[in-house]
Design a protein around this ligand. Sequence first.
Ligand code: ATP
Ligand code: MG
Length: 250
Amino acid sequence: MSDAILVTEDVNKTFGAVTAAREVSVEVPKGAIWSLIGSNGAGKTTFVNMVTGYIKPDRGRILFQGRDITRLSPRQITRLGIRRSFQMPQLYAELTVLQNMLVSRSINAERPPSIWRGAQGADDVERAMDILKRFKIADYSDRLMGELSAGVRKLLDIAMAISGTPRVVMLDEPTSGVAAEEKFPIMDLVMEALSASDVTILFVEHDMDIVTRYSERVLAFYDGAIVANDAPDEVLADEVVQRYVTGTAK
Ligand SMILES: Nc1ncnc2c1ncn2[C@@H]1O[C@H](COP(=O)(O)OP(=O)(O)OP(=O)(O)O)[C@@H](O)[C@H]1O
Ligand SMILES: [Mg+2]
């Protein structure tokens, strides 16, 4: 498919006796907003880990803009423009919010920002602050990461993932561990922050209200395989999905 930005071809991954990815083949069009659903252990994070280079598949290929990225390192993949956030935010507890942002931006940048080259880095700070403002966490910029609530940590991890010019953003459970009333506001902030660019978004989510509201298409995982790949209404009405994923079968 010519407009696919991300393609996986028969990707397989086993961990001992567990098959975490089973002939996973998808073609994600540029600009798509898709969600990944599935019960615990279904293979959602494994999929994200393989696309972002953290885990290498045993078989199969992953293509980004037609280029084979299967064997590239996470850092190489990040620099190509595939960004991610983590199910458990990966942050430096002993650094402030702003410092976390600056470190992340310098690691993700194609060229290290000036702060790493010994200069003052005022531009870098300004740009990092702009992103924190967009996520409404600028007030916390001088606070140590370790002191902050799960919601703020989650937002910072997502802000770090999408700073710069991502082409594909993969969010692993962006709303897990935050209070129910914070879920929609978090998703609204993420979607708003990404709306200006033509970025492709894949997010892992257990909350079907969020899946229905924010994604155009849903990939349902079960036992390492994709068992449904369709519009949210179709997927949620699917018998296999109701039995093995959402537990809503009658
Ligand atoms: N690094 C690893 N080493 C060993 N087993 C792993 C590893 N990563 C994942 N697995 C196993 O692979 C299977 C799929 O795990 P994965 O983390 O992808 O599930 P998930 O769909 O993200 O689940 P959850 O909703 O709980 O996050 C599970 O059985 C898990 O225990
Ligand atoms: Mg997971």
